[in-house]
Design a protein around this ligand. Structure first.
Ligand SMILES: NC(=O)c1ccc[n+]([C@@H]2O[C@H](COP(=O)([O-])OP(=O)(O)OC[C@H]3O[C@@H](n4cnc5c(N)ncnc54)[C@H](OP(=O)(O)O)[C@@H]3O)[C@@H](O)[C@H]2O)c1
Length: 416
């Protein structure tokens, strides 16, 4: 056999994956990698295999790092996941993570380390479940100037809102989500909007190249929504969703999460149950919407394995240097307003006067009920949220107002 033949026939080294964390996603990832290894080897030439596993009771990080071509971090939380990822990248290893908490709070440190050491940092599974939005933003749309990203990026809250739309109360819908394993025993990160805010910080960084920390994202949750808000939504031909938004506004960037009414024609209005979806808007592409399952061990593992294959095939690059759009907090929006009031002459006039003085102009008004239990529902034209807050606080102080007024944003813009 000539030395050339021997070289051709030499077995190709496996691609060694060090796995940190063997919980819901880690175990599913290990199983999926084994199932798919033949197929990945067939089109890629190298066979992925797990060279070591770290849990709280098993494995040694330094040994796994020394062996591995790439590390997959599926531990979650900040430490020790952060330290492990930084150490791996500093030793020249590519890394994959599904850790939205870490990326939304220490993203710049991680991106900068990846850039300095010329390694890949992949995190498709950290945002919007299985929906491949990270790759689409980084690769397919990398030449497209993006104006706005809207997302339903938390499956738990979308499930709760879907159940409320079918007539459940908030408490019943949350209990059902917990019974079916979609919500944690302590659901506060989901229902407060904080989980969605972490994902929007990561998405905003991708879409606009600007570092966005979780603390920069203003968020409101769904805990204060009432079944009646969804009833009105149906009547007005609107859907009610927890929407994350990252958009250019007047030379700056606004990133926020809040419940919002959407007109029924909006591509996110029909996304129901635990599904996630992201709409990317740009003058060039008009609008692209991607949707898919929001979570689940096996689904998340599929996104993680996709990242591993992308590194193996050289499809991913180290992160680009950041830009810096200023972050803007106070933005204009149309609002739905709900007031429980005593039904007396002059009530509507008093409220509209206060709103008018704050520059809030009313688009439509519906009045329901009689006596001490009347309800006024209004939809405003776009107004700065600070102006609206001032007006609402003044209305809340009227003695004829029976409970705290509710204000929910309405997304009514046509696509660009
Ligand atoms: N679950 C989902 O559907 C989902 C969806 C999208 C993204 N994610 C993300 O995926 C990541 C993993 O989530 P998961 O649900 O699989 O978590 P999990 O079930 O709690 O598993 C965590 C794993 O990490 C290990 N671990 C914890 N602390 C450790 C430490 N100090 N040192 C070494 N190992 C440690 C645990 O070890 P032990 O086995 O010894 O306890 C366990 O194997 C998180 O970042 C999460 O946000 C999850």
């Amino acid at each position: 056999m000539s030395s050339e033949d021997a070289r051709e026939k030499a077995p190709v080294e496996p691609f060694r994956v060090g796995l940190l964390g063997l919980g819901t996603v880690g175990a599913a990832f290990a199983g999926l990698l084994e199932e798919r290894a033949d197929e990945i080897e067939r089109f890629n030439g190298r066979r992925p295999e797990i060279c070591g596993v770290l849990t709280r009771t098993r494995g040694d990080f330094e040994e796994i790092l020394a062996e591995a071509d790439l590390l997959v971090e599926l531990i979650g939380g900040i430490e020790p996941a952060r330290e492990y990822l930084l150490t791996a990248m500093r030793s020249g290893k590519d890394v994959v993570s599904a850790n939205k908490q870490l990326l939304s709070q220490h993203g710049e440190e991680l991106f900068e380390t990846a850039r300095q050491h010329g390694v890949r940092l992949r995190f498709e599974a950290a945002v919007a479940g299985v929906v491949p939005v990270v790759r689409v933003l980084e690769e397919s749309l990398s030449a497209t100037p993006i104006e706005r990203v809207h997302g339903i990026v938390n499956g738990t809250t979308n499930f709760i809102l879907t159940e409320m739309d079918r007539g459940s109360s908030y408490a019943e819908a949350l209990a059902e989500a917990q019974r079916r394993g979609f919500a944690e025993a302590d659901p506060s990160d989901d229902v407060s909007g904080r989980d969605a805010a972490a994902k929007m910080a990561i998405l905003a960084r991708l879409a606009f190249g600007t570092p966005v920390h979780l603390n920069d994202v203003r968020y409101e949750g769904i805990e204060h929504l009432h079944a009646t808000d969804l009833e009105y939504a149906r009547e007005l031909g609107l859907g009610l969703k927890l929407i994350g938004t990252a958009e250019r506004r007047g030379g700056g960037l606004s990133v926020r999460v809040h419940p919002a009414f959407l007109y029924s024609g909006h591509p996110l209005a029909s996304v129901s149950g635990t599904f996630n979806a992201v709409t990317v808007e740009s003058e060039v592409i008009t609008e692209i919407t991607m949707s898919g399952p929001g979570a689940g061990g096996r689904q998340t593992a599929a996104a993680v394995l996709g990242d591993v294959v992308s590194v193996m095939t050289g499809g991913a690059q180290p992160p680009a240097a950041p830009l810096a759009l200023p972050l803007i907090e106070d933005v204009e929006s149309a609002f739905y307003l709900h007031f429980d009031v005593a039904d007396r002459p002059g009530v509507l006039a008093a409220i509209t006067q206060v709103l008018g003085e704050a520059g809030v102009s009313i688009k439509s008004v519906v009045q329901r009920g009689m006596g001490e239990n009347a309800r006024l529902v209004m939809v405003t034209h776009p107004v700065l949220q600070s102006s609206l807050r001032t007006a609402i606080d003044r209305v809340a102080a009227f003695e004829f107002v029976r409970s705290a007024p509710r204000a929910i944003r309405v997304i009514e813009e046509e696509f660009i």
